[in-house]
Design a protein around this ligand. Sequence first.
Ligand SMILES: NC(=O)c1ccc[n+]([C@@H]2O[C@H](COP(=O)([O-])OP(=O)(O)OC[C@H]3O[C@@H](n4cnc5c(N)ncnc54)[C@H](OP(=O)(O)O)[C@@H]3O)[C@@H](O)[C@H]2O)c1
Length: 374
Amino acid sequence: MSASDKKQIKVGILGATGTVGQRFIQLLSNHPYFVIHALGASERSAGQQYGKVTKWKLNTPIPENIKTKIVQDCKPDAEGFKDCGVVFSGLDQSVAGEIEEAFRKAELIIYSNAKNYRRDPLCPLIVPLVNPSHLSIIPHQKKTLGLEKGYIVTNANCSTTGLVVPLHALEKAFGPLETVMVTTLQAISGSGYPGVSSLDILDNVVPYIGGEEEKIEWETNKILGGFKDESSPTDFDLHINEDKKLKAINVSATTTRVPVIDGHTGIVSVKFSTSTSPSIEEIEKAFRDFKCEAQELNVPSAPPQAIVLHEAQDRPQPRLDRDLHNGACVSVGRVRKCNVLDVKFVCLIDNVRLGAATSSIMNAEIAVEKGLIV
Ligand SMILES: NC(=O)c1ccc[n+]([C@@H]2O[C@H](COP(=O)([O-])OP(=O)(O)OC[C@H]3O[C@@H](n4cnc5c(N)ncnc54)[C@H](OP(=O)(O)O)[C@@H]3O)[C@@H](O)[C@H]2O)c1
């Protein structure tokens, strides 16, 4: 029997009123594996109807059955959470650490968008189109913490996600990368609601996003790394350990905020480890032919193409391309020779869908197929 024939799994959403939480609700409102059961947010919202406390910003209406649902406190014993097979978190990072830990301690399964556990050596950091194999560390996490069922899985920073999908396609086709330089042009929705004030962002570019460059530079190596011992997944090889099996990729990032509502663009230059680099035609073919495990498993959120390669010289563009495959793919274009490194290209991701909610959901769908959520 396939997972889709099974009974739907009840899910909770923490941070349900926020930018990422709203996408969770939209994407989960008619889902073949999951059914929304419990919603949590801050004490400002708890105890009130979802439709009354949420500044809904999506262009589809709040699902009728969600409008009148009562928002709970983000506590594991608040109504509904104990019955959930998985709890998705779109919590603000200032509170995610403690709340997610309390849920895990209460033997609940958390799939989180927050940064708090991304660097934890027990927690996988998973981009579903790249490294779902890292889910294999979950038994070790549970055993180490003395838990039977509870665990935490994280997904990456939104710009990192848009970057590592094409980087993974290149490593798969041509072997390890040596250097990656990336400059991002990030959408306003990336910092949640209400985000940067209109007087600061209209007619402007802000050349600084706190903490963002470090996230891209560090997370890329955990995601593209493996385990020190693949037969016994207990320690990640982050490309940066002393006894490194894989050489670290040198990543240098500059991040900027631009007046775009949704969609982070990355301007990327890459150097391969090999002495001769592949041709532009070979690189374009690697992007075009890229296939991943989420597609092989045929999970509901997997896009038909993980990478959409654009031929037109002026694409990808956020307004025109962020909705491709329901925001679940990465767009790549302008692949050309780099006079300093080997190749350069432009990539684009929907920061709130594949950059956040869609990744969490796809990670959980893969976990259902692997028997890690029942
Ligand atoms: N936006 C993106 O593109 C994006 C992409 C990747 C990852 N992320 C990450 O995803 C998370 C959510 O981001 P967002 O953009 O959705 O932020 P947001 O719009 O500011 O929403 C934050 C959510 O956290 C809740 N919250 C705040 N303080 C709380 C508290 N003390 N207790 C319980 N709940 C509390 C808020 O509830 P109230 O409404 O009740 O205040 C709201 O539901 C962050 O960790 C962010 O870094 C965001």
